[in-house]
Ligand binder design. Structure first.
Ligand code: F3S
Length: 427
């Protein structure tokens, strides 16, 4: 059914939804219900669905500003509380070590007020774009309301959960109401591939997967691509297997890049991702476009493959997994960086990494290992850096506009060499 066929259809509400809308559960709940139902009506949803969990973007004070903070404070003042487990996207700073990170005092105070408002609303102050790496692993077919684009695309594509790319306020509203409007990627019809991509080039490492994701996102826009890889991951196994898979960094990089260069919220890999395996050829929507990718060079050039000087290196976009931290620790063992090196991850991931002894070689090398934040949402312009080396196609896409930094893109090993030598080695 086309979106235009559904617009104007009645949105079914149960007695609790109506009570929430009428303000019988308080003003904060009324606001949440109004937001969720308004979106449902705009997009032609026929019903609301309960969500298993929520992930809320719009956390950094750099993006929220005074108006955003006031909006959150006012919502918290109503006494509204979330009805389902809710976590946050990265904030503008490490919530514990922010002074060491060089964050200005005034920014730090305002950022902590944002966190406090979310806490009063009942949202856990776990600030990460990889909730699936810190215990929030959605089940196949579960409905969610997540808003970080890289987490959305991972949950939909790799785990087979169902979430639209929520905005910060709509995700928070869904957490308070415990439901979201059922349209778009919540429906079978929204999950069929609108673009089939035959990938004929070789993919050596997660950076290549990121470059591929960048190219696919450019072509797909907000569509749903189905990738047919010549070589790559095979059966992803159970969810527990997947989160230990050597291909986890590759898949994380692929989706994040697609969601950054385009607005992809879901992709499939033929024979690999859960819905592609279950639905077979039925995963392809009638009239889907088709294309072939033979060569990653155009993407690598646009992302900043060129050799050149850097004064900062950033690893952990999306937030680094344990295996990525282990690899970085091994590569930096006994070495010393000459540029700034930020390694960002979830607090819980870093605690486990510290327990396993992975952080010591990184910190001894001079890396700043940070939780809760990332380069894109931190206030970095005042730090005076010019060029950043990164293994993330997503960060390379955002670095010029969001951080004022020229990107140099390459695999993890090349980026860490750049941190040591101050210049990106030849590809
Ligand atoms: Fe995560 Fe920040 Fe990258 S939110 S995906 S580390 S831009």
């Amino acid at each position: 059914m086309e979106l235009s066929d559904r617009v104007g259809k009645e949105l079914a509400l149960d007695p609790d939804d109506r009570a929430c809308l009428a303000g019988e559960r308080g003003e904060g709940m009324r606001l949440a219900a109004q937001l969720v139902t308004a979106l449902g009506r705009i997009y032609g949803a026929e019903k609301l669905v309960p969500v298993a969990s929520v992930q809320v973007a719009g956390v950094s004070y750099r993006n929220l500003g005074a108006a955003g903070l006031e909006f959150l404070r006012d919502w918290a003042e109503t006494g509204a509380r979330v009805r389902v487990a809710a976590m946050l996207n990265p904030a503008g700073m490490d919530l514990v070590e922010w002074r060491r990170q060089g964050i200005p005092e005034e920014f730090g105070r305002q950022q902590m007020e944002v966190i406090d408002a979310y806490r009063r609303l009942g949202v856990a102050p776990a600030c990460t774009c990889t909730p699936y790496l810190v215990g929030n692993v959605p089940g196949y077919g579960q409905h969610l309301a997540w808003s970080e684009s890289s987490a959305v695309v991972f949950a939909n594509s790799i785990l087979g959960a169902r979430t639209n790319r929520e905005g910060g306020p709509s995700a928070l509203a869904a957490a308070i109401l415990g439901k979201t409007a059922c349209y778009g990627l919540h429906l079978d019809e929204g999950r069929r591939a609108t673009l089939v991509v035959d990938v004929n080039c070789s993919l050596r490492d997660p950076a290549d997967f990121g470059a591929l994701g960048y190219m696919v996102g450019r072509i797909a826009g907000d569509g749903v691509p189905l990738l047919r890889l010549r070589r790559g991951p095979e059966d992803l196994g159970t969810q527990a297997d997947l989160l230990r898979s050597p291909f986890l960094p590759h898949l994380k990089a692929l989706g994040a890049a697609m969601a950054a260069s385009g607005a992809v919220g879901l992709f499939h890999i033929a024979g690999v991702t859960p819905e592609a395996r279950e639905w077979g050829e039925d995963i392809i929507a009638p009239g889907a476009a088709r294309t072939t990718i033979e060569d990653l060079t155009p993407a690598l050039c646009e992302l900043g493959m060129a050799r050149g000087a850097v004064d900062m290196v950033s690893i952990g976009c999306p937030h680094a997994s344990l295996s990525e931290l282990a690899e970085a620790a091994e590569l930096l063992q006994g070495r010393r960086v000459t540029t700034a090196l930020w390694i960002t991850s979830a607090r819980a991931t870093l605690e486990e990494a510290r327990r396993q002894g992975m952080l010591e070689p990184l910190e001894r090398a001079g890396a700043k290992v940070m939780a809760d934040t990332c380069l894109v949402v931190a206030p970095v312009r005042h730090l005076g850096y010019h060029a950043v080396a990164t293994n993330s196609a997503k960060l390379a896409t955002y670095a010029p506009g969001h951080c004022g930094l020229a990107p140099r893109f390459g695999p993890l090993g090349a980026c860490l060499e750049a941190a040591v030598a101050g210049t990106m080695p030849d590809a």
